[in-house]
Design a protein around this ligand. Sequence first.
Ligand code: SF4
Length: 177
Amino acid sequence: MKLLLHTCCAPCSAAIIEYLLQRDIRPVLFYYNPNIFPFEEYELRKSELTRYAASLGLEVIDGDYAHNQWLNAVTGMENEPERGKRCSACFRHRLSVAAKLASERGFDTIATTLASSRWKNIDQIAEAGQEAVAPYPNLAFWNKNWRKEGLSERRNILLKANGFYNQTYCGCEFSKQ
Ligand code: SF4
């Protein structure tokens, strides 16, 4: 499997990366999260992820901070509650950029760490992932429940063990309010 793993932050990624490495799957990480606001928060989350990836010798592809583009993708949904339509559009936006990059660079599978958080709706993420790979016949979305097989417990253990910065809101300005 040639896997591009879309990663949202270090706390959500560590247990998934560990799971993959234990099975001899070395993912390339893609940090593409233009939803995060403000920019300082974006940089902080990115530096935690890149620090962790470097300690494991994993490659990180750094996506653009295209926050205005992301705002366009969620226009009219600013007041939606979390787990509502804005979040679906947010997942679709991020995963469609990941799928495009994966296809261009010859990956055969994408997955995302988004679904590891219990605050997010797994079905919304799965739907966005399937939609994202639909235009690319040679690319699959790995629709795995990353909270099972003890992964949620490992998430919390690795968060503490690595002293990761643990954010207090999902990411966008609307979730911060
Ligand atoms: S609350 Fe989180 S998932 Fe929903 S739109 Fe904002 S950043 Fe995206």
